[in-house]
Design a protein around this ligand. Structure first.
Ligand SMILES: Cc1cc2nc3c(=O)[nH]c(=O)nc-3n(C[C@H](O)[C@H](O)[C@H](O)COP(=O)(O)OP(=O)(O)OC[C@H]3O[C@@H](n4cnc5c(N)ncnc54)[C@H](O)[C@@H]3O)c2cc1C
Length: 392
């Protein structure tokens, strides 16, 4: 019986996997340090752009290859195999591009999209504020009409990339309370006077992803920096959320794959009771569970990316993807650390970093509890979902 040829990986996976092997994996501890080497992080993220990663979000007429959500997330998985923080830091750039693709004026699309596609620009996306994260309706950063333009004032918290970004997508209150009709999104150059990084936060993990507190103090912007209609800010956010949630199972797949490779190698090398660890049933069970987590994450993001690429409703599936992907990434790295025994707890072993990195993925971009809330709410709106879920 002949053995079938192994399936080929996609072009983007191959390209990013080579970049990860050559440029990222050798810098594991350098990228895990505080204070962060911001110029290095910026350069690596732009390099990923020049390889075409962000271009997967950008239509061909603006120099991209997209929109191709599957290609984008295959690339993110390949990057996350080497470093989950960098993989996470790609997100604000392509979310900004996605928002501009969907809601930008012709001038905004010409201004921002080619630069994203060519790896010349990094973005940041600012929604969260010091006093409110899950409850987006409670944001207080205000934009008020000021002559022909707008004046922005407020404070944003936990903003990925703010210290290294060129452009900022920012959600502001322009009306009364609530969400719909009361918020507006702006896309502004990061060097606009009045925008300042108050501090870059020290984090438990994902240290290659700068997370910042941002001040907006009397920031004057022209009306041409408004993205979409006045009052459409909530909708702009909703329209890019599928991409944000999809990143978690994609990053989770990369992390599970790395955890599996690390644990497998360790279990082959280390002996206990006169044999390699991988001959012990309990260790085999852990390796099998890590492999299962990898497969689940990969299938999840590929399924949701397929919905997005076919322009099918994906709110429910994307939220499940984030919920489950975050859990699986955490459980897989936890098991892989356990396979390493005491060495897993020691900084010089890479699995220790993966354990710290994974923790964010049940929190950032909408906590697991918020995803559960969305899923439960959406199930009431889509009572037939149980019969058609995941059917193409
Ligand atoms: C490393 C990092 C990077 C980030 N990057 C960005 C970024 O680039 N841009 C950005 O805008 N934000 C960013 N965030 C913010 C992130 O999205 C928020 O931290 C997250 O949405 C949770 O908000 P919170 O921290 O205010 O928690 P809270 O909303 O205060 O929640 C605290 C706890 O209460 C629970 N909870 C709250 N409300 C409910 C509810 N109704 N039902 C059930 N449980 C509930 C939550 O699940 C959580 O367990 C980042 C955060 C981190 C840590």
């Amino acid at each position: 019986m002949s053995v079938a040829a192994a399936p080929k990986r996609s072009a983007i996976t191959e390209t990013v996997a080579r970049f990860t092997a050559d440029r990222i994996l050798p810098r594991g501890s350098e990228l895990d340090s505080h204070p962060q080497d911001l110029p290095l992080i910026r350069e690596l993220l732009l390099e990923a752009g020049r390889l075409g990663l962000y271009g997967a979000v950008v239509p061909q007429e603006f120099g991209g290859t997209g929109p191709d959500s599957l290609a984008l997330h295959e690339g993110i998985e390949a990057l996350a195999y080497g470093n989950a923080g960098l993989a996470m830091s790609t997100m604000p750039t392509y979310l900004l591009a996605r928002a501009v693709v969907l809601h930008g004026s012709a001038e905004q699309q010409e201004r921002w999209l080619p630069a994203v596609a060519e790896g010349r620009l990094l973005g940041a996306w600012a929604v969260t504020e010091p006093h409110t994260g899950s409850d987006v309706a409670a944001i207080t950063t205000r934009a008020v009409r000021d002559g022909d333009g707008w004046r922005l004032d407020g404070r944003k918290m936990f903003i990925t990339n703010a210290a290294i970004a060129d452009a900022l997508l920012v959600l502001c209150r322009t009306g009364g309370g609530g969400t719909r009709g009361a918020m507006t999104t702006f896309v502004v150059p990061m060097d606009t006077p009045g925008i300042a990084v108050a501090r870059t936060l020290e984090k438990m993990g994902l240290r290659s992803s700068p997370t910042c507190e941002l001040l907006l103090d009397d920031v004057r912007v022209p009306d041409t920096d408004r993205l979409g209609a006045e009052g459409a800010g909530w909708q702009v956010g909703m329209d890019v959320l599928d991409y944000e949630r999809l990143a978690v199972p994609a990053i989770g797949a990369g992390m599970c794959a790395r955890a599996l490779d690390l644990a497998t190698a360790y279990a082959a090398d280390r002996t206990a009771f006169g044999a390699p660890l991988h001959e012990i049933g309990a260790v085999q069970a852990m390796l099998a569970d890590i492999a299962a987590a990898l497969l689940e994450c990969r299938l999840l993001y590929r399924h949701v990316a397929g919905l997005v690429d076919r322009e099918r409703p994906a709110i429910l599936d994307a939220s499940i993807g984030k919920l489950v992907g975050g859990r699986l990434a955490n459980s897989a790295v936890n098991l892989a650390l356990q396979v390493h025994g005491g060495y897993g707890y020691i900084r010089e072993y890479e699995i220790e970093r993966l354990y710290r990195d994974a923790r964010l993925f049940t929190i950032g971009g909408g906590t697991s509890e918020i995803q559960q809330r969305i899923v439960a709410g959406q199930l009431r709106r889509e009572p037939g979902w149980s019969r058609t879920a995941a059917l193409t």
